[in-house]
Design a protein around this ligand. Structure first.
Ligand code: 13P
Length: 281
Protein backbone atom coordinates (compact mmCIF):
# COMPACT_ATOMS: atom_id res chain seq x y z
CA UNK A 1 0.00 0.00 0.00
CA UNK A 2 1.13 3.46 -0.81
CA UNK A 3 -0.15 5.93 1.78
CA UNK A 4 -0.67 9.08 -0.29
CA UNK A 5 -2.00 12.58 0.21
CA UNK A 6 -5.70 12.93 -0.42
CA UNK A 7 -4.98 16.01 -2.52
CA UNK A 8 -2.98 13.86 -4.96
CA UNK A 9 -5.89 11.43 -5.34
CA UNK A 10 -8.41 14.23 -5.77
CA UNK A 11 -6.21 15.93 -8.39
CA UNK A 12 -6.10 12.74 -10.43
CA UNK A 13 -9.86 12.34 -10.08
CA UNK A 14 -10.26 15.96 -11.17
CA UNK A 15 -8.18 15.38 -14.31
CA UNK A 16 -10.23 12.33 -15.25
CA UNK A 17 -13.59 13.68 -14.10
CA UNK A 18 -14.10 10.75 -11.73
CA UNK A 19 -14.82 10.34 -8.03
CA UNK A 20 -13.19 8.46 -5.16
CA UNK A 21 -15.05 6.55 -2.47
CA UNK A 22 -14.22 7.50 1.12
CA UNK A 23 -15.28 4.68 3.42
CA UNK A 24 -15.42 4.73 7.23
CA UNK A 25 -13.59 1.86 8.92
CA UNK A 26 -13.51 0.79 12.57
CA UNK A 27 -11.21 -2.20 13.05
CA UNK A 28 -8.90 -4.73 11.43
CA UNK A 29 -11.71 -6.54 9.59
CA UNK A 30 -13.25 -3.40 8.10
CA UNK A 31 -9.86 -1.98 7.09
CA UNK A 32 -9.00 -5.27 5.38
CA UNK A 33 -12.39 -5.35 3.64
CA UNK A 34 -12.00 -1.86 2.15
CA UNK A 35 -8.36 -2.30 1.12
CA UNK A 36 -9.10 -5.66 -0.50
CA UNK A 37 -12.04 -4.06 -2.34
CA UNK A 38 -9.76 -1.30 -3.70
CA UNK A 39 -7.15 -3.83 -4.79
CA UNK A 40 -9.73 -6.03 -6.53
CA UNK A 41 -10.95 -3.14 -8.66
CA UNK A 42 -7.48 -1.63 -8.96
CA UNK A 43 -8.56 1.84 -7.88
CA UNK A 44 -7.50 4.09 -4.97
CA UNK A 45 -9.65 4.49 -1.90
CA UNK A 46 -9.89 6.87 1.05
CA UNK A 47 -10.02 5.16 4.43
CA UNK A 48 -11.65 7.42 6.96
CA UNK A 49 -12.42 7.41 10.64
CA UNK A 50 -14.14 10.02 12.81
CA UNK A 51 -13.00 11.03 16.31
CA UNK A 52 -16.26 9.64 17.73
CA UNK A 53 -15.48 6.19 16.27
CA UNK A 54 -11.99 6.17 17.77
CA UNK A 55 -13.23 7.43 21.13
CA UNK A 56 -15.96 4.80 21.40
CA UNK A 57 -13.45 2.05 20.68
CA UNK A 58 -10.65 3.61 22.75
CA UNK A 59 -8.27 3.57 19.78
CA UNK A 60 -5.74 6.41 19.45
CA UNK A 61 -4.87 8.29 16.26
CA UNK A 62 -1.40 6.77 16.14
CA UNK A 63 -2.74 3.25 16.79
CA UNK A 64 -5.15 3.43 13.83
CA UNK A 65 -2.38 4.85 11.61
CA UNK A 66 -0.07 1.98 12.52
CA UNK A 67 -2.81 -0.61 12.01
CA UNK A 68 -3.55 0.79 8.54
CA UNK A 69 0.17 0.79 7.65
CA UNK A 70 0.74 -2.77 8.86
CA UNK A 71 -2.37 -4.22 7.17
CA UNK A 72 -1.64 -2.17 4.06
CA UNK A 73 1.64 -4.02 3.51
CA UNK A 74 -0.17 -6.85 1.77
CA UNK A 75 -2.12 -4.70 -0.70
CA UNK A 76 -0.91 -3.07 -3.88
CA UNK A 77 -3.02 0.09 -3.79
CA UNK A 78 -2.99 3.84 -3.15
CA UNK A 79 -4.74 4.87 0.04
CA UNK A 80 -5.34 8.18 1.80
CA UNK A 81 -5.99 8.06 5.54
CA UNK A 82 -8.53 10.72 6.44
CA UNK A 83 -9.94 12.10 9.69
CA UNK A 84 -13.69 12.53 9.18
CA UNK A 85 -15.75 15.20 11.02
CA UNK A 86 -13.27 16.60 13.53
CA UNK A 87 -15.06 19.39 15.37
CA UNK A 88 -11.95 20.75 17.10
CA UNK A 89 -8.60 22.01 15.86
CA UNK A 90 -6.85 19.80 18.42
CA UNK A 91 -8.33 16.62 16.95
CA UNK A 92 -7.01 17.67 13.54
CA UNK A 93 -3.56 18.39 14.97
CA UNK A 94 -3.47 15.03 16.77
CA UNK A 95 -4.37 13.18 13.57
CA UNK A 96 -1.85 15.14 11.47
CA UNK A 97 0.91 14.42 14.01
CA UNK A 98 -0.07 10.73 14.01
CA UNK A 99 0.41 10.44 10.23
CA UNK A 100 -3.08 10.90 8.75
CA UNK A 101 -2.71 12.20 5.20
CA UNK A 102 -5.82 14.33 5.40
CA UNK A 103 -8.25 15.83 7.90
CA UNK A 104 -11.71 17.37 7.85
CA UNK A 105 -12.34 20.31 10.12
CA UNK A 106 -16.11 20.33 10.54
CA UNK A 107 -17.17 23.88 11.40
CA UNK A 108 -20.78 23.34 10.40
CA UNK A 109 -21.97 23.91 13.97
CA UNK A 110 -20.17 27.22 14.56
CA UNK A 111 -20.58 30.67 12.98
CA UNK A 112 -19.22 31.33 9.49
CA UNK A 113 -16.51 33.56 10.97
CA UNK A 114 -15.39 30.86 13.41
CA UNK A 115 -15.57 28.20 10.69
CA UNK A 116 -13.27 30.32 8.49
CA UNK A 117 -10.88 31.12 11.32
CA UNK A 118 -10.57 27.51 12.49
CA UNK A 119 -10.38 26.00 9.01
CA UNK A 120 -7.53 28.41 8.19
CA UNK A 121 -5.69 27.48 11.38
CA UNK A 122 -5.89 23.80 10.41
CA UNK A 123 -4.70 24.61 6.86
CA UNK A 124 -1.74 26.55 8.28
CA UNK A 125 -0.79 23.66 10.58
CA UNK A 126 -1.20 21.04 7.82
CA UNK A 127 0.77 22.99 5.19
CA UNK A 128 4.32 21.96 6.13
CA UNK A 129 3.30 18.33 6.53
CA UNK A 130 1.67 18.04 3.11
CA UNK A 131 -1.64 17.10 4.70
CA UNK A 132 -4.90 17.79 2.84
CA UNK A 133 -7.67 19.75 4.55
CA UNK A 134 -11.41 19.37 3.93
CA UNK A 135 -13.92 21.80 5.41
CA UNK A 136 -17.70 22.04 5.37
CA UNK A 137 -19.77 25.03 4.29
CA UNK A 138 -23.46 24.86 5.23
CA UNK A 139 -24.45 21.82 7.27
CA UNK A 140 -25.03 18.22 6.23
CA UNK A 141 -27.88 17.12 8.48
CA UNK A 142 -28.59 13.75 10.01
CA UNK A 143 -31.00 11.69 7.90
CA UNK A 144 -33.61 11.94 10.66
CA UNK A 145 -34.15 15.55 9.56
CA UNK A 146 -34.39 14.48 5.97
CA UNK A 147 -37.55 16.34 4.96
CA UNK A 148 -36.90 18.87 2.21
CA UNK A 149 -37.94 21.88 4.28
CA UNK A 150 -35.69 21.23 7.26
CA UNK A 151 -32.70 20.50 5.07
CA UNK A 152 -33.07 23.59 2.88
CA UNK A 153 -32.01 26.10 5.54
CA UNK A 154 -28.75 24.21 6.06
CA UNK A 155 -27.71 24.07 2.42
CA UNK A 156 -24.43 25.55 1.18
CA UNK A 157 -24.88 29.08 -0.17
CA UNK A 158 -23.04 29.17 -3.52
CA UNK A 159 -22.16 32.88 -3.21
CA UNK A 160 -20.16 32.16 -0.04
CA UNK A 161 -18.14 29.32 -1.53
CA UNK A 162 -15.53 31.43 -3.32
CA UNK A 163 -15.04 33.70 -0.29
CA UNK A 164 -14.76 30.68 2.04
CA UNK A 165 -12.18 28.88 -0.12
CA UNK A 166 -10.09 32.03 -0.64
CA UNK A 167 -10.19 32.95 3.05
CA UNK A 168 -9.24 29.50 4.33
CA UNK A 169 -7.09 27.87 1.62
CA UNK A 170 -8.85 24.49 2.13
CA UNK A 171 -8.16 21.86 -0.53
CA UNK A 172 -11.66 20.40 -0.82
CA UNK A 173 -15.10 21.41 0.36
CA UNK A 174 -17.99 19.35 1.75
CA UNK A 175 -21.30 20.65 0.48
CA UNK A 176 -24.87 20.47 1.70
CA UNK A 177 -27.16 20.08 -1.30
CA UNK A 178 -29.95 17.88 0.07
CA UNK A 179 -27.64 15.07 1.26
CA UNK A 180 -27.80 13.76 4.84
CA UNK A 181 -26.00 11.22 7.03
CA UNK A 182 -27.52 7.80 7.73
CA UNK A 183 -30.62 6.13 6.27
CA UNK A 184 -32.89 8.68 4.60
CA UNK A 185 -36.40 8.97 5.97
CA UNK A 186 -37.45 10.64 2.74
CA UNK A 187 -36.25 10.11 -0.81
CA UNK A 188 -33.12 12.32 -1.07
CA UNK A 189 -33.40 15.08 -3.66
CA UNK A 190 -30.03 16.57 -4.52
CA UNK A 191 -30.07 20.18 -5.69
CA UNK A 192 -27.86 19.86 -8.77
CA UNK A 193 -28.32 23.48 -9.82
CA UNK A 194 -26.91 24.56 -6.46
CA UNK A 195 -24.04 22.09 -6.87
CA UNK A 196 -23.15 23.58 -10.25
CA UNK A 197 -23.14 27.09 -8.80
CA UNK A 198 -21.00 26.04 -5.83
CA UNK A 199 -18.51 24.39 -8.14
CA UNK A 200 -18.27 27.50 -10.32
CA UNK A 201 -17.62 29.60 -7.23
CA UNK A 202 -15.34 27.27 -5.26
CA UNK A 203 -13.20 25.93 -8.12
CA UNK A 204 -11.83 23.10 -5.93
CA UNK A 205 -12.79 19.41 -5.58
CA UNK A 206 -16.12 19.01 -3.78
CA UNK A 207 -17.13 16.35 -1.27
CA UNK A 208 -20.50 14.64 -0.94
CA UNK A 209 -21.26 13.32 2.55
CA UNK A 210 -24.13 10.96 3.30
CA UNK A 211 -23.57 8.58 0.39
CA UNK A 212 -25.87 5.95 1.95
CA UNK A 213 -29.22 5.82 0.16
CA UNK A 214 -28.39 8.28 -2.64
CA UNK A 215 -29.40 6.62 -5.93
CA UNK A 216 -26.46 5.55 -8.13
CA UNK A 217 -27.58 7.81 -10.96
CA UNK A 218 -27.55 10.84 -8.63
CA UNK A 219 -24.05 10.00 -7.40
CA UNK A 220 -22.87 9.80 -11.00
CA UNK A 221 -24.53 13.09 -11.90
CA UNK A 222 -22.91 14.71 -8.84
CA UNK A 223 -19.51 13.44 -10.03
CA UNK A 224 -20.16 14.96 -13.46
CA UNK A 225 -20.78 18.28 -11.71
CA UNK A 226 -17.57 18.31 -9.65
CA UNK A 227 -17.99 16.00 -6.67
CA UNK A 228 -14.68 14.14 -6.30
CA UNK A 229 -14.95 12.45 -2.87
CA UNK A 230 -18.06 10.53 -1.89
CA UNK A 231 -18.47 9.44 1.74
CA UNK A 232 -20.06 6.10 2.60
CA UNK A 233 -20.51 4.82 6.12
CA UNK A 234 -23.92 3.52 7.30
CA UNK A 235 -24.77 1.32 4.30
CA UNK A 236 -21.38 -0.37 4.13
CA UNK A 237 -21.03 -0.71 7.92
CA UNK A 238 -24.52 -2.28 8.08
CA UNK A 239 -23.35 -4.98 5.66
CA UNK A 240 -20.69 -6.02 8.16
CA UNK A 241 -23.10 -6.05 11.11
CA UNK A 242 -25.77 -7.97 9.19
CA UNK A 243 -23.26 -10.49 7.87
CA UNK A 244 -22.05 -11.08 11.42
CA UNK A 245 -25.58 -11.42 12.85
CA UNK A 246 -26.82 -13.70 10.07
CA UNK A 247 -23.97 -16.12 10.47
CA UNK A 248 -24.60 -16.21 14.22
CA UNK A 249 -28.35 -16.74 13.70
CA UNK A 250 -27.60 -19.71 11.44
CA UNK A 251 -25.20 -21.29 13.89
CA UNK A 252 -25.34 -20.24 17.52
CA UNK A 253 -22.15 -22.20 18.21
CA UNK A 254 -20.19 -20.15 15.73
CA UNK A 255 -16.78 -18.85 16.76
CA UNK A 256 -16.36 -15.08 16.52
CA UNK A 257 -13.68 -15.31 13.82
CA UNK A 258 -16.12 -17.03 11.43
CA UNK A 259 -18.89 -14.48 12.11
CA UNK A 260 -16.40 -11.64 11.61
CA UNK A 261 -15.29 -13.12 8.32
CA UNK A 262 -18.92 -13.40 7.19
CA UNK A 263 -19.35 -9.70 8.00
CA UNK A 264 -16.11 -8.79 6.25
CA UNK A 265 -17.18 -10.61 3.07
CA UNK A 266 -20.48 -8.72 2.95
CA UNK A 267 -18.69 -5.41 3.53
CA UNK A 268 -16.12 -6.27 0.85
CA UNK A 269 -18.85 -6.86 -1.74
CA UNK A 270 -20.60 -3.55 -0.93
CA UNK A 271 -17.31 -1.61 -0.88
CA UNK A 272 -16.44 -2.96 -4.37
CA UNK A 273 -19.86 -1.80 -5.59
CA UNK A 274 -19.37 1.74 -4.21
CA UNK A 275 -15.76 2.13 -5.40
CA UNK A 276 -16.84 1.07 -8.90
CA UNK A 277 -19.79 3.46 -8.82
CA UNK A 278 -17.43 6.38 -8.15
CA UNK A 279 -14.96 5.43 -10.88
CA UNK A 280 -17.61 5.27 -13.63
CA UNK A 281 -16.94 8.80 -14.87
P1 13P B 1 -23.55 7.83 5.41
O1 13P B 1 -23.47 7.18 6.75
O2 13P B 1 -24.90 8.41 5.15
O3 13P B 1 -23.10 6.93 4.31
O4 13P B 1 -22.57 9.09 5.43
C1 13P B 1 -21.21 8.90 5.63
C2 13P B 1 -20.50 10.18 5.79
O5 13P B 1 -20.84 11.18 5.20
C3 13P B 1 -19.34 10.21 6.69
O6 13P B 1 -18.81 11.47 6.84
Amino acid sequence: MNLVSMKALLCKAEEKGTGIAAINVSNIETINAVMEAAERVNYPVILQVAPIQLNIQKISYSEITEIVKILGNKYNIEVALHLDHAETINECIEAIDAGFTSVMYDGSNVSLEENIENSKKVVDYAKDKGVTVEAELGRVAGAESGADDSIKGLMTIPKLASFFVKSTGVHCLAVSIGNAHGHYKYEPKLDFERLEEIRTQAKIPLVLHGGTGIPDTDIQRAIELGIRKINFFTEIDNEFVNGFINSYEKNKNIYMMAAQEAGRQRMLTKAIEKIKLCMKY
